[in-house]
Structure formats: C-alpha cells, structure tokens
Design a protein around this ligand. Sequence first.
Ligand code: UDP
Length: 368
Amino acid sequence: MKSFDVLIIGAGITGITAASILAREKNLRVLIDEKRTHIGGNCYDCINKDGLLIHLYGPHIFHTQHKSVWDYLSQFTNWIDYIHHVKAFVDKKHISFPININTFEQLFNKTFTRNDVISYLEKEKIDLLKIENAEDMVISRMGKTIYNKFFKNYTRKQWGMDARQLAPEITARIPIRFNRDDTFFTDPYQGIPENGYTAMFKRMLDHPNIKLITGKTFQDIQKTINFKALIFTGPIDEFFNYQNGALPYRGIHFDFKTYDQEYYLPVAVVNYPNDHEYTRATEFKHMTQQKHPKTSLCYEYPADSGSDQVSPLPSYPILTPESICRYKAYQDAAHQLTDTLFMGRLGKFQYLNMDICVKQVMDELNAF
Ligand code: UDP
C-alpha cells in the first residue's frame, strides 16, 4: 500500500493549489485524485478540433484584488493582459453591462449625466428595511425597470427559480456604477493565463512530492492507499452520503459552435436575459487573443445537476435559505472529523470566484 501525507480529492483550482502549497512549502507527499479524465475542474481549457483554445466549462476570467494570490499563480504562468467586457442583449440592442451611465443612454436613447442617473435611481429604487433575497438586492439599488429588463429572466434561467427564492449575495455580485466604466471587474489584477489554465495547472502539479491520479473516484482509490490527512473538494453532501439530504447544485450544458469568420460577437460575453433558452454566449478569442481565421463560441444552458448520466456536473451551489441551513448541518458534521478539510465551491457550498478558492487554500494551509 502506498503512503501519502495528504490525499486531495478533486484536481480543480482548489485541489491543485492545495497540492502545490503542501508539496512546495510544507514538503509533504501528496496524492491528488480526480474522477474526471482531465485536471483543472471547471477551469479546464483545451484546443478544439479547429485549433481554437476553448474553456470547456464556460468562460473563466481571472481577477483578484489580492496581490498574494496573483503573485502565487504568477510563479506558474504569464498572463494575457485581458480586461473583461460584457454586453447584455436587451430591447434588441447590445447594452453596456454592468449598469453604468452608458447603459442608461443606450437603453433610453438619450443623454444621461451622472446626476441624471442618480435622480433616476432616487425615483426608481425601492427602499426596503431588509434585503432578504436576490430580487431585493437589485430593486433596492436599481429599481424595477432595470430589474425586469436585465435581471429577472436571466436569474430565472440561470437558477431555475425566481430571484425572490435566492440569497441576496447572488445578485450582489453585479455592481452599479455612477461613471462610464463598463469593464466587468474592477480588481487591480486581471488576466488569462498565457498558455491557458490547464498549462498553468500542469506546472503547479509538476513537483516530485505530487502524484496525480485521474479517472478514478475517491471510492475507487480510498482502500488502496494510506494517508494522514484528507482535503476533500467534491460536494460535501456526497462525502457524508447525503445523511442530511442532498444539497442543490446548478450545472450548465455547453453548446459549442465554430464559425467560419474571424469574430462573431462585439465582446467576449453577451448575456441574453430575455431571449433564447441559453443565458449567455462566449466568444473565447476575445479573451485568449488567439489569431485564427475561425472563431469558437459557447452557449450556456443551465440545468439542475444530478448523479444521472445526462445531468451536467455541479458548477454552482444553489443558495437558498433552506440549502444554506442544510449545509450548516454538513458543516457541523465536518467539524467533528479530525485531519479532514473541506474546500472549494463544492466542499464549502459557497459561490466562490477562482481567486477566493486560491486565497482560502493559502490562508487555511498556512495554518495547517
Ligand atoms: N445576473 C443577471 N443578469 C445578467 C448577469 C447576471 O440577472 O445579465 C444575475 C444572475 O442571477 C447571475 C448573478 O447575477 O446568476 C451573478 O452573475 P455573474 O455574471 O457573476 O455569474 P457567473 O459569471 O458566476 O455565472
């Protein structure tokens, strides 16, 4: 039987960062096990049959305010200097998103100053004593007109439920700006790994203390190895055999299309709140800056994730008051275990961006 200091389940950004830190900084022997046949989790990217670099699980744009996170990953990659732009397709127009002064001008076909936007919102926004859900979060800042045009139907498609059933933090991710800044993120560090995420992850795993297994589940390998500690980045409810009931996850079906033209969309991502069954379309070349006569897009069709063959893999924890409460029961069970850490979006049942996955690992493992 092979022995390791730490077994890590899941080779997504969380598991890979954990392996890298434990192997390099703590000099521990790590086995990282991934049930899919590739590393990188949902950040995985690859070259399609036309030679175009695509993100197989939808657009991933790295952005962070944490210099420590940026510096850590920069040991393993250079970055394409990409600043993300998104348009929302509303009223048959590609409109600036997130909401800023340009959005109002494009929506209402007249000029707006900063003060015009402030007085529009003063009239439209709904004062609430308590922000209880994802709809409240938007209407209290932007009012019903903006909510109905940009958020209501997108949220229903994305989550399969009404924004009133979802936690406020979901729509709190989207800011409102009182200037003309229509870049999607404001973080000081932004970019796309120069040779892709998968290449960056391969370098992170390239260390004599790290052994990688792909295509095998935790159950497959569990009894064949010895380990002193476990880091589990899969769904926490699955780990505990659903003893407190299943936690809900949203997944996405991705439909890829290659077009025989150099560019197709005005920006990397177009959101379709009110048209089509898909939520958004991504044209990767805007992000990867690849030179190629063709272009590849992906269209996202959200669906509930499940363990059957046809359901998509879990991508997003569905945060409702009930699911958060159910997760707390799992968290309590997790606290009873020694030498076992639950990490990442699925291990912590949190809507984490990539940088926060890395940050949490750095913070928690430094105390390990
Ligand atoms: N959202 C929306 N309309 C949009 C974009 C976002 O209603 O055009 C809401 C929706 O509920 C979504 C949430 O804001 O799930 C967060 O959006 P974000 O773009 O951060 O989602 P992600 O990139 O994580 O899928």
